[in-house]
Design a protein around this ligand. Structure first.
Ligand SMILES: Cc1cc2nc3c(=O)[nH]c(=O)nc-3n(C[C@H](O)[C@H](O)[C@H](O)COP(=O)(O)OP(=O)(O)OC[C@H]3O[C@@H](n4cnc5c(N)ncnc54)[C@H](O)[C@@H]3O)c2cc1C
Length: 506
Protein backbone atom coordinates (compact mmCIF):
# COMPACT_ATOMS: atom_id res chain seq x y z
CA UNK A 1 0.00 0.00 0.00
CA UNK A 2 1.42 3.41 -1.03
CA UNK A 3 1.83 6.05 1.68
CA UNK A 4 -0.53 9.03 1.28
CA UNK A 5 0.46 12.44 2.62
CA UNK A 6 1.28 12.03 6.30
CA UNK A 7 1.68 14.76 8.88
CA UNK A 8 4.38 14.33 11.54
CA UNK A 9 3.88 15.77 15.00
CA UNK A 10 5.87 13.20 16.98
CA UNK A 11 9.07 11.29 16.27
CA UNK A 12 10.57 8.41 18.23
CA UNK A 13 14.23 7.61 17.74
CA UNK A 14 14.83 4.01 18.84
CA UNK A 15 18.46 3.71 19.98
CA UNK A 16 20.99 5.94 21.70
CA UNK A 17 24.27 5.00 20.02
CA UNK A 18 26.25 7.35 17.78
CA UNK A 19 23.53 7.26 15.11
CA UNK A 20 20.63 7.80 17.54
CA UNK A 21 22.17 10.80 19.25
CA UNK A 22 23.45 12.37 16.02
CA UNK A 23 19.93 12.05 14.60
CA UNK A 24 18.39 13.50 17.75
CA UNK A 25 20.79 16.46 17.75
CA UNK A 26 20.25 17.36 14.09
CA UNK A 27 16.47 16.84 14.11
CA UNK A 28 16.01 18.76 17.36
CA UNK A 29 17.65 21.74 15.65
CA UNK A 30 15.70 21.30 12.42
CA UNK A 31 12.29 20.92 14.09
CA UNK A 32 12.90 23.48 16.85
CA UNK A 33 10.29 25.98 15.74
CA UNK A 34 7.99 23.44 14.12
CA UNK A 35 6.21 22.00 17.11
CA UNK A 36 7.38 18.41 16.63
CA UNK A 37 7.87 16.29 19.71
CA UNK A 38 11.08 14.16 19.68
CA UNK A 39 11.74 11.26 22.07
CA UNK A 40 14.83 9.04 22.08
CA UNK A 41 14.62 5.58 23.59
CA UNK A 42 17.76 3.77 24.67
CA UNK A 43 18.45 0.82 26.90
CA UNK A 44 21.28 1.11 29.43
CA UNK A 45 20.89 -2.68 29.90
CA UNK A 46 21.88 -3.26 26.28
CA UNK A 47 24.38 -0.43 25.74
CA UNK A 48 25.90 0.65 22.44
CA UNK A 49 28.29 -1.02 20.02
CA UNK A 50 31.11 1.12 21.44
CA UNK A 51 33.30 1.20 18.32
CA UNK A 52 33.36 3.59 15.35
CA UNK A 53 36.10 6.09 16.05
CA UNK A 54 37.56 7.00 12.67
CA UNK A 55 35.67 9.48 10.52
CA UNK A 56 35.92 11.31 7.21
CA UNK A 57 35.77 15.12 6.78
CA UNK A 58 31.97 15.19 6.33
CA UNK A 59 31.70 14.74 10.11
CA UNK A 60 33.18 18.20 10.61
CA UNK A 61 30.52 19.69 8.33
CA UNK A 62 27.87 17.84 10.37
CA UNK A 63 28.81 19.27 13.78
CA UNK A 64 29.61 22.68 12.36
CA UNK A 65 25.92 22.92 11.27
CA UNK A 66 25.04 22.35 14.93
CA UNK A 67 27.25 25.33 15.81
CA UNK A 68 30.12 23.28 17.29
CA UNK A 69 33.70 24.19 16.46
CA UNK A 70 36.50 21.77 15.57
CA UNK A 71 38.49 22.66 18.69
CA UNK A 72 35.47 22.19 20.98
CA UNK A 73 34.74 18.76 19.54
CA UNK A 74 38.39 17.66 19.64
CA UNK A 75 38.74 18.69 23.29
CA UNK A 76 35.45 17.09 24.32
CA UNK A 77 36.06 13.76 22.58
CA UNK A 78 39.83 13.22 23.15
CA UNK A 79 40.14 13.38 19.38
CA UNK A 80 43.16 13.54 17.15
CA UNK A 81 43.34 14.95 13.63
CA UNK A 82 43.10 12.53 10.73
CA UNK A 83 44.65 13.41 7.38
CA UNK A 84 43.92 10.07 5.75
CA UNK A 85 44.43 6.33 6.00
CA UNK A 86 47.69 4.47 5.56
CA UNK A 87 47.25 1.10 3.82
CA UNK A 88 50.07 -1.22 4.80
CA UNK A 89 50.70 -4.50 2.95
CA UNK A 90 47.55 -4.20 0.82
CA UNK A 91 49.11 -4.08 -2.61
CA UNK A 92 51.90 -6.50 -1.71
CA UNK A 93 53.58 -7.32 1.59
CA UNK A 94 56.12 -4.62 2.47
CA UNK A 95 54.30 -1.83 0.59
CA UNK A 96 52.41 1.12 1.98
CA UNK A 97 50.46 4.13 0.70
CA UNK A 98 48.22 6.84 2.10
CA UNK A 99 44.73 7.77 0.98
CA UNK A 100 44.59 11.47 1.91
CA UNK A 101 41.54 13.73 2.24
CA UNK A 102 42.78 16.13 -0.34
CA UNK A 103 43.89 16.70 -3.84
CA UNK A 104 47.00 15.96 -5.85
CA UNK A 105 48.99 18.67 -7.60
CA UNK A 106 47.71 21.48 -9.72
CA UNK A 107 46.12 20.71 -13.09
CA UNK A 108 44.85 23.15 -15.70
CA UNK A 109 41.28 24.02 -16.56
CA UNK A 110 41.23 21.50 -19.41
CA UNK A 111 43.34 18.69 -17.95
CA UNK A 112 43.32 17.17 -14.45
CA UNK A 113 46.74 17.00 -12.79
CA UNK A 114 47.14 13.22 -12.90
CA UNK A 115 47.28 13.25 -16.72
CA UNK A 116 50.26 15.63 -16.61
CA UNK A 117 51.95 13.48 -14.01
CA UNK A 118 51.33 10.34 -16.10
CA UNK A 119 52.76 12.05 -19.14
CA UNK A 120 55.92 12.89 -17.16
CA UNK A 121 56.03 9.32 -15.81
CA UNK A 122 55.79 7.84 -19.32
CA UNK A 123 58.73 10.09 -20.18
CA UNK A 124 60.94 8.77 -17.42
CA UNK A 125 60.02 11.02 -14.48
CA UNK A 126 60.50 9.10 -11.23
CA UNK A 127 58.38 11.22 -8.89
CA UNK A 128 55.48 9.65 -6.97
CA UNK A 129 51.91 10.92 -7.13
CA UNK A 130 52.09 11.29 -3.34
CA UNK A 131 54.87 13.90 -3.71
CA UNK A 132 52.18 16.32 -4.90
CA UNK A 133 49.79 15.90 -1.98
CA UNK A 134 50.16 18.12 1.05
CA UNK A 135 47.81 15.82 3.00
CA UNK A 136 49.99 12.75 2.38
CA UNK A 137 53.20 14.57 3.25
CA UNK A 138 51.82 16.07 6.46
CA UNK A 139 50.50 12.63 7.46
CA UNK A 140 53.77 10.86 6.68
CA UNK A 141 55.67 13.37 8.78
CA UNK A 142 53.07 13.40 11.60
CA UNK A 143 52.55 17.11 11.24
CA UNK A 144 49.33 19.04 11.36
CA UNK A 145 48.04 22.54 10.87
CA UNK A 146 44.70 23.94 9.75
CA UNK A 147 44.42 24.31 5.97
CA UNK A 148 44.89 27.87 4.77
CA UNK A 149 41.60 29.79 4.60
CA UNK A 150 42.81 31.68 1.52
CA UNK A 151 44.99 29.22 -0.37
CA UNK A 152 47.27 30.80 -2.93
CA UNK A 153 47.33 27.63 -4.97
CA UNK A 154 45.68 24.21 -5.11
CA UNK A 155 48.83 22.79 -3.55
CA UNK A 156 47.79 24.22 -0.19
CA UNK A 157 44.40 22.52 -0.22
CA UNK A 158 43.74 19.49 1.94
CA UNK A 159 40.91 18.32 4.14
CA UNK A 160 40.92 16.48 7.44
CA UNK A 161 38.71 14.52 9.80
CA UNK A 162 38.84 13.24 13.38
CA UNK A 163 39.59 10.09 15.30
CA UNK A 164 37.35 10.41 18.36
CA UNK A 165 36.15 8.53 21.40
CA UNK A 166 32.71 7.32 20.25
CA UNK A 167 31.24 7.35 23.78
CA UNK A 168 32.37 10.94 24.39
CA UNK A 169 31.00 12.00 21.02
CA UNK A 170 27.62 10.41 21.83
CA UNK A 171 27.66 12.33 25.18
CA UNK A 172 28.25 15.57 23.30
CA UNK A 173 25.34 14.85 20.96
CA UNK A 174 23.16 13.83 23.92
CA UNK A 175 23.84 17.09 25.81
CA UNK A 176 23.03 19.09 22.69
CA UNK A 177 19.78 17.16 22.11
CA UNK A 178 18.57 17.33 25.69
CA UNK A 179 19.21 21.11 25.75
CA UNK A 180 17.05 21.24 22.59
CA UNK A 181 14.20 19.48 24.44
CA UNK A 182 14.61 15.90 23.16
CA UNK A 183 12.95 13.62 25.73
CA UNK A 184 14.96 10.63 26.87
CA UNK A 185 13.44 7.27 27.82
CA UNK A 186 15.69 4.55 29.24
CA UNK A 187 13.70 1.37 28.73
CA UNK A 188 13.93 -1.87 26.79
CA UNK A 189 11.73 -2.21 23.70
CA UNK A 190 10.17 -5.69 23.68
CA UNK A 191 7.61 -5.35 20.90
CA UNK A 192 7.07 -3.31 17.77
CA UNK A 193 3.31 -2.93 17.20
CA UNK A 194 2.23 -2.80 13.58
CA UNK A 195 -1.12 -1.39 12.53
CA UNK A 196 -3.36 -3.84 10.64
CA UNK A 197 -4.79 -1.03 8.50
CA UNK A 198 -1.71 0.26 6.74
CA UNK A 199 1.28 -1.80 7.97
CA UNK A 200 2.82 1.25 9.70
CA UNK A 201 4.40 1.10 13.16
CA UNK A 202 1.77 2.22 15.66
CA UNK A 203 3.78 2.02 18.89
CA UNK A 204 6.62 0.38 20.80
CA UNK A 205 5.97 -1.70 23.90
CA UNK A 206 8.54 -1.64 26.72
CA UNK A 207 9.63 -4.23 29.26
CA UNK A 208 7.41 -2.64 31.93
CA UNK A 209 4.40 -2.96 29.58
CA UNK A 210 4.16 0.76 28.88
CA UNK A 211 3.71 1.87 25.28
CA UNK A 212 4.98 4.77 23.21
CA UNK A 213 3.21 6.03 20.07
CA UNK A 214 4.54 8.31 17.36
CA UNK A 215 3.88 9.40 13.79
CA UNK A 216 7.40 8.63 12.59
CA UNK A 217 9.91 6.10 13.96
CA UNK A 218 13.64 6.29 13.33
CA UNK A 219 15.38 2.97 13.82
CA UNK A 220 18.84 3.50 15.32
CA UNK A 221 18.80 0.20 17.21
CA UNK A 222 22.03 -1.18 15.74
CA UNK A 223 22.76 -4.37 13.79
CA UNK A 224 19.53 -6.13 14.68
CA UNK A 225 17.33 -3.46 13.08
CA UNK A 226 14.66 -3.90 15.74
CA UNK A 227 12.07 -1.82 13.90
CA UNK A 228 13.02 -1.93 10.23
CA UNK A 229 13.95 -5.61 10.02
CA UNK A 230 12.38 -7.42 12.98
CA UNK A 231 9.26 -5.20 13.11
CA UNK A 232 8.65 -4.33 9.44
CA UNK A 233 10.29 -7.39 7.84
CA UNK A 234 12.22 -5.21 5.40
CA UNK A 235 14.37 -7.31 3.10
CA UNK A 236 18.17 -7.24 3.46
CA UNK A 237 20.55 -7.37 0.50
CA UNK A 238 23.65 -9.42 1.28
CA UNK A 239 26.92 -8.30 -0.32
CA UNK A 240 29.21 -11.07 0.96
CA UNK A 241 29.93 -12.28 -2.56
CA UNK A 242 32.31 -9.30 -2.85
CA UNK A 243 33.08 -8.44 0.76
CA UNK A 244 34.30 -11.61 2.42
CA UNK A 245 35.02 -10.20 5.89
CA UNK A 246 32.24 -10.94 8.37
CA UNK A 247 33.85 -10.73 11.83
CA UNK A 248 35.67 -8.14 13.91
CA UNK A 249 37.52 -7.97 17.22
CA UNK A 250 38.21 -4.67 18.98
CA UNK A 251 40.55 -3.82 21.82
CA UNK A 252 41.85 -0.59 23.34
CA UNK A 253 45.45 -0.06 24.37
CA UNK A 254 47.64 2.56 25.98
CA UNK A 255 49.15 5.08 23.59
CA UNK A 256 52.81 4.64 22.75
CA UNK A 257 54.57 7.81 21.56
CA UNK A 258 52.93 10.76 19.86
CA UNK A 259 49.53 10.14 18.21
CA UNK A 260 49.67 9.74 14.43
CA UNK A 261 47.57 12.03 12.23
CA UNK A 262 46.35 9.06 10.19
CA UNK A 263 44.49 5.79 10.65
CA UNK A 264 46.47 2.63 9.92
CA UNK A 265 44.80 -0.22 8.01
CA UNK A 266 47.25 -3.11 7.99
CA UNK A 267 46.43 -6.12 5.79
CA UNK A 268 47.01 -9.61 7.19
CA UNK A 269 46.48 -13.05 5.67
CA UNK A 270 42.74 -13.27 6.32
CA UNK A 271 41.70 -9.69 6.99
CA UNK A 272 43.11 -6.42 8.19
CA UNK A 273 43.88 -4.57 11.38
CA UNK A 274 43.04 -0.97 12.30
CA UNK A 275 44.94 1.38 14.57
CA UNK A 276 43.12 4.55 15.55
CA UNK A 277 45.10 7.01 17.68
CA UNK A 278 43.17 9.06 20.24
CA UNK A 279 44.65 11.50 22.74
CA UNK A 280 44.11 9.23 25.75
CA UNK A 281 44.41 5.74 24.19
CA UNK A 282 44.58 3.72 20.97
CA UNK A 283 41.65 1.96 19.33
CA UNK A 284 42.71 -1.31 17.70
CA UNK A 285 40.81 -3.99 15.89
CA UNK A 286 40.83 -6.73 13.36
CA UNK A 287 38.30 -7.28 10.58
CA UNK A 288 38.50 -10.78 9.12
CA UNK A 289 36.79 -13.49 7.16
CA UNK A 290 35.46 -16.50 9.09
CA UNK A 291 35.84 -18.50 5.88
CA UNK A 292 39.62 -18.04 5.87
CA UNK A 293 40.57 -17.96 9.57
CA UNK A 294 39.06 -18.67 12.99
CA UNK A 295 38.36 -16.37 15.93
CA UNK A 296 41.34 -17.53 18.01
CA UNK A 297 43.84 -17.10 15.19
CA UNK A 298 42.41 -13.65 14.36
CA UNK A 299 42.62 -12.58 18.01
CA UNK A 300 46.21 -13.78 18.26
CA UNK A 301 47.13 -11.93 15.07
CA UNK A 302 45.55 -8.75 16.45
CA UNK A 303 47.13 -8.95 19.90
CA UNK A 304 50.56 -9.79 18.47
CA UNK A 305 50.39 -6.55 16.52
CA UNK A 306 49.13 -4.17 19.23
CA UNK A 307 51.71 -1.85 20.74
CA UNK A 308 51.14 -0.67 24.31
CA UNK A 309 49.39 -2.26 27.26
CA UNK A 310 45.97 -3.77 26.47
CA UNK A 311 43.23 -2.10 28.51
CA UNK A 312 40.41 -4.69 28.46
CA UNK A 313 39.34 -8.08 27.18
CA UNK A 314 38.91 -8.09 23.36
CA UNK A 315 35.30 -7.66 22.15
CA UNK A 316 33.95 -9.70 19.24
CA UNK A 317 31.42 -8.80 16.55
CA UNK A 318 29.92 -10.64 13.63
CA UNK A 319 28.15 -8.98 10.72
CA UNK A 320 26.83 -9.44 7.22
CA UNK A 321 27.88 -6.78 4.72
CA UNK A 322 24.87 -5.31 2.96
CA UNK A 323 21.92 -3.01 3.40
CA UNK A 324 18.18 -3.03 3.87
CA UNK A 325 16.41 -2.64 0.54
CA UNK A 326 14.16 0.14 1.80
CA UNK A 327 15.90 2.31 4.37
CA UNK A 328 12.60 4.19 4.65
CA UNK A 329 9.68 1.77 4.87
CA UNK A 330 6.22 3.30 5.53
CA UNK A 331 6.65 5.34 8.75
CA UNK A 332 10.02 3.87 9.73
CA UNK A 333 13.45 5.19 8.66
CA UNK A 334 16.61 3.21 9.40
CA UNK A 335 19.75 5.17 10.27
CA UNK A 336 23.12 3.69 11.22
CA UNK A 337 23.83 -0.01 11.61
CA UNK A 338 20.12 -0.89 11.34
CA UNK A 339 20.17 0.36 7.75
CA UNK A 340 23.26 -1.56 6.64
CA UNK A 341 26.91 -2.22 7.24
CA UNK A 342 30.09 -1.97 5.25
CA UNK A 343 33.32 -2.83 7.01
CA UNK A 344 35.12 0.20 8.47
CA UNK A 345 38.01 0.16 5.96
CA UNK A 346 37.28 3.70 4.77
CA UNK A 347 35.47 4.89 7.94
CA UNK A 348 32.17 5.29 6.12
CA UNK A 349 29.50 4.15 8.60
CA UNK A 350 29.22 7.42 10.46
CA UNK A 351 29.39 9.30 7.15
CA UNK A 352 26.37 7.28 5.97
CA UNK A 353 24.60 8.24 9.19
CA UNK A 354 25.25 11.90 8.33
CA UNK A 355 23.94 11.56 4.78
CA UNK A 356 20.82 9.77 6.07
CA UNK A 357 20.18 12.61 8.52
CA UNK A 358 20.73 15.18 5.82
CA UNK A 359 18.18 13.44 3.60
CA UNK A 360 15.65 13.28 6.44
CA UNK A 361 16.05 17.02 6.95
CA UNK A 362 15.64 17.69 3.23
CA UNK A 363 12.53 15.50 3.21
CA UNK A 364 10.95 17.57 5.97
CA UNK A 365 10.96 21.13 4.77
CA UNK A 366 7.32 20.80 5.82
CA UNK A 367 6.23 18.50 8.61
CA UNK A 368 4.69 15.97 6.23
CA UNK A 369 5.81 13.36 3.74
CA UNK A 370 4.41 11.27 0.91
CA UNK A 371 5.30 8.12 -1.04
CA UNK A 372 7.33 10.31 -3.38
CA UNK A 373 9.47 11.52 -0.44
CA UNK A 374 10.05 7.90 0.59
CA UNK A 375 10.97 6.76 -2.93
CA UNK A 376 13.49 9.58 -3.41
CA UNK A 377 15.10 8.85 -0.03
CA UNK A 378 15.45 5.16 -0.87
CA UNK A 379 16.82 5.79 -4.33
CA UNK A 380 19.58 8.08 -3.06
CA UNK A 381 20.40 5.84 -0.08
CA UNK A 382 20.79 2.89 -2.43
CA UNK A 383 23.23 4.81 -4.66
CA UNK A 384 25.26 6.09 -1.70
CA UNK A 385 25.63 2.61 -0.22
CA UNK A 386 26.45 0.97 -3.54
CA UNK A 387 29.10 3.52 -4.43
CA UNK A 388 30.80 3.14 -1.03
CA UNK A 389 30.60 -0.65 -1.40
CA UNK A 390 32.34 -0.44 -4.78
CA UNK A 391 35.08 1.80 -3.41
CA UNK A 392 35.80 -0.75 -0.68
CA UNK A 393 35.68 -3.68 -3.11
CA UNK A 394 38.43 -2.02 -5.17
CA UNK A 395 40.84 -2.30 -2.20
CA UNK A 396 40.37 -6.08 -2.21
CA UNK A 397 40.20 -6.66 -5.94
CA UNK A 398 43.40 -4.73 -6.71
CA UNK A 399 45.66 -6.66 -4.33
CA UNK A 400 48.71 -8.52 -5.63
CA UNK A 401 49.37 -10.55 -2.46
CA UNK A 402 50.32 -14.13 -3.09
CA UNK A 403 50.43 -15.38 0.50
CA UNK A 404 46.87 -16.54 1.19
CA UNK A 405 43.69 -17.93 -0.38
CA UNK A 406 41.59 -14.95 0.75
CA UNK A 407 43.63 -12.44 -1.22
CA UNK A 408 43.70 -14.77 -4.21
CA UNK A 409 39.92 -15.13 -4.11
CA UNK A 410 39.49 -11.34 -3.92
CA UNK A 411 41.87 -10.71 -6.81
CA UNK A 412 39.90 -13.07 -9.04
CA UNK A 413 36.35 -12.10 -8.10
CA UNK A 414 33.87 -10.69 -10.63
CA UNK A 415 33.14 -7.01 -10.11
CA UNK A 416 29.77 -5.27 -9.80
CA UNK A 417 28.83 -3.61 -13.08
CA UNK A 418 29.30 0.05 -12.19
CA UNK A 419 32.72 -0.59 -10.68
CA UNK A 420 33.80 -2.60 -13.73
CA UNK A 421 32.70 0.32 -15.96
CA UNK A 422 34.63 2.80 -13.87
CA UNK A 423 37.82 0.74 -13.96
CA UNK A 424 37.47 0.19 -17.71
CA UNK A 425 37.20 3.95 -18.38
CA UNK A 426 40.27 4.54 -16.23
CA UNK A 427 42.33 1.78 -17.81
CA UNK A 428 41.57 2.80 -21.38
CA UNK A 429 41.50 6.60 -21.09
CA UNK A 430 42.86 7.53 -17.68
CA UNK A 431 39.49 9.12 -16.81
CA UNK A 432 37.87 8.69 -13.43
CA UNK A 433 34.08 8.68 -13.78
CA UNK A 434 32.24 10.37 -10.92
CA UNK A 435 28.80 8.85 -10.35
CA UNK A 436 25.96 10.75 -8.66
CA UNK A 437 25.86 10.48 -4.85
CA UNK A 438 29.41 9.19 -4.49
CA UNK A 439 30.89 10.05 -1.12
CA UNK A 440 34.45 9.69 -2.42
CA UNK A 441 35.68 12.10 -5.06
CA UNK A 442 38.06 11.52 -7.97
CA UNK A 443 41.22 12.14 -5.95
CA UNK A 444 40.22 9.45 -3.46
CA UNK A 445 39.80 6.93 -6.27
CA UNK A 446 43.09 8.07 -7.72
CA UNK A 447 44.82 7.54 -4.36
CA UNK A 448 43.68 3.91 -4.25
CA UNK A 449 44.39 3.20 -7.92
CA UNK A 450 47.88 4.66 -7.55
CA UNK A 451 48.44 2.85 -4.25
CA UNK A 452 47.75 -0.44 -6.01
CA UNK A 453 49.92 0.60 -8.97
CA UNK A 454 46.99 0.52 -11.39
CA UNK A 455 47.84 2.82 -14.26
CA UNK A 456 45.98 3.58 -17.48
CA UNK A 457 47.21 2.59 -20.92
CA UNK A 458 47.41 6.23 -21.91
CA UNK A 459 47.03 9.76 -20.56
CA UNK A 460 44.76 12.46 -21.97
CA UNK A 461 46.71 13.86 -24.91
CA UNK A 462 45.41 17.32 -24.12
CA UNK A 463 48.27 17.20 -21.59
CA UNK A 464 50.59 17.55 -24.57
CA UNK A 465 49.64 21.24 -24.50
CA UNK A 466 52.52 21.51 -22.04
CA UNK A 467 56.09 20.95 -23.24
CA UNK A 468 57.87 18.20 -21.33
CA UNK A 469 60.64 20.45 -20.01
CA UNK A 470 58.18 23.04 -18.81
CA UNK A 471 56.05 20.30 -17.23
CA UNK A 472 59.06 18.88 -15.38
CA UNK A 473 59.94 22.36 -14.07
CA UNK A 474 56.37 22.77 -12.87
CA UNK A 475 56.38 19.39 -11.17
CA UNK A 476 59.60 20.25 -9.35
CA UNK A 477 58.15 23.54 -8.23
CA UNK A 478 55.03 21.77 -6.89
CA UNK A 479 57.09 19.25 -4.93
CA UNK A 480 59.13 22.07 -3.38
CA UNK A 481 55.97 23.98 -2.42
CA UNK A 482 54.52 20.92 -0.70
CA UNK A 483 57.80 20.28 1.13
CA UNK A 484 57.99 23.89 2.32
CA UNK A 485 54.43 23.78 3.72
CA UNK A 486 55.24 20.56 5.56
CA UNK A 487 58.42 22.05 7.06
CA UNK A 488 56.46 25.03 8.35
CA UNK A 489 53.77 22.95 10.09
CA UNK A 490 54.05 21.93 13.77
CA UNK A 491 54.05 18.28 14.79
CA UNK A 492 50.59 16.79 15.29
CA UNK A 493 51.37 16.24 19.00
CA UNK A 494 52.39 19.89 19.47
CA UNK A 495 49.30 21.07 17.61
CA UNK A 496 47.02 19.09 19.93
CA UNK A 497 48.82 20.22 23.09
CA UNK A 498 48.70 23.84 22.06
CA UNK A 499 45.15 24.10 20.73
CA UNK A 500 42.93 21.30 21.95
CA UNK A 501 44.44 19.23 24.70
CA UNK A 502 42.00 16.70 26.21
CA UNK A 503 41.70 16.58 29.98
CA UNK A 504 39.28 13.94 31.30
CA UNK A 505 36.06 15.41 32.81
CA UNK A 506 36.92 18.89 31.53
C1 LIG B 1 34.14 -3.43 14.41
C2 LIG B 1 33.53 -2.14 13.97
C3 LIG B 1 34.34 -1.02 13.76
C4 LIG B 1 33.77 0.17 13.32
N1 LIG B 1 34.57 1.24 13.06
C5 LIG B 1 34.03 2.36 12.52
C6 LIG B 1 34.83 3.48 12.18
O1 LIG B 1 36.03 3.50 12.40
N2 LIG B 1 34.22 4.56 11.62
C7 LIG B 1 32.87 4.60 11.39
O2 LIG B 1 32.38 5.58 10.83
N3 LIG B 1 32.09 3.57 11.76
C8 LIG B 1 32.62 2.47 12.31
N4 LIG B 1 31.82 1.43 12.68
C9 LIG B 1 30.36 1.61 12.63
C10 LIG B 1 29.93 2.44 13.84
O3 LIG B 1 30.30 1.78 15.03
C11 LIG B 1 28.43 2.66 13.82
O4 LIG B 1 28.04 3.15 12.56
C12 LIG B 1 28.03 3.69 14.85
O5 LIG B 1 28.55 3.37 16.10
C13 LIG B 1 26.54 3.79 14.94
O6 LIG B 1 26.00 2.66 15.57
P1 LIG B 1 24.46 2.68 15.91
O7 LIG B 1 24.17 3.89 16.73
O8 LIG B 1 23.71 2.51 14.66
O9 LIG B 1 24.25 1.35 16.78
P2 LIG B 1 24.59 1.03 18.32
O10 LIG B 1 25.79 1.74 18.82
O11 LIG B 1 24.57 -0.47 18.41
O12 LIG B 1 23.37 1.61 19.13
C14 LIG B 1 22.14 0.92 19.22
C15 LIG B 1 21.29 1.57 20.29
O13 LIG B 1 20.02 0.91 20.30
C16 LIG B 1 19.69 0.59 21.62
N5 LIG B 1 18.85 -0.61 21.62
C17 LIG B 1 19.06 -1.78 21.00
N6 LIG B 1 18.07 -2.66 21.28
C18 LIG B 1 17.20 -1.99 22.08
C19 LIG B 1 15.98 -2.35 22.73
N7 LIG B 1 15.45 -3.57 22.61
N8 LIG B 1 15.38 -1.41 23.49
C20 LIG B 1 15.89 -0.16 23.63
N9 LIG B 1 17.04 0.23 23.05
C21 LIG B 1 17.69 -0.69 22.30
C22 LIG B 1 21.02 0.34 22.31
O14 LIG B 1 20.91 0.43 23.72
C23 LIG B 1 21.84 1.47 21.70
O15 LIG B 1 21.60 2.66 22.41
C24 LIG B 1 32.36 0.24 13.14
C25 LIG B 1 31.57 -0.86 13.41
C26 LIG B 1 32.13 -2.05 13.80
C27 LIG B 1 31.26 -3.24 14.07
Amino acid sequence: MKTKNKKVKSIVIAGGGTSGWMTAAALSKHFKEKNVDITLVESSQIGTIGVGEATIPTLRRFYSKLGLSDLDVIKATAATCKLGIEFKDWYKKGTSFIHPFGIYGQGTQEVPFHHYWMKAKKNGDKSQLADYSLGVNLAQNSRFTFPSENPESQLEIFDWALHFDAALFADLMRDYSVKNKVKLVDNKIVKVNISNDDGCIRSLTFEDNTELNADLFIDCSGFKGLLIREGMNTEFEDWSEWLVCDRAIAVQSETVGEPLARTIAHAHEAGWQWKIPLQHRMGNGMVYSSKYTDDDAAEKCLLDNVEGKILHKPRKFSFTPGRVKQAWNKNCIAVGLSSGFLEPLESTSIALVETAIEKIILSFEQTEYSQQTIDKFNEVTFLEYERVRDFIILHYKANQRTDSPMWEFCRNMELPEKLAEKLHAYKTKGDIIQYPWEIFGKDSWLAILDGFKMYPDTYDHKADNMELDYLKKNLNYMKERVKKSVDEAPSHGEFLKQHCHFTPNS
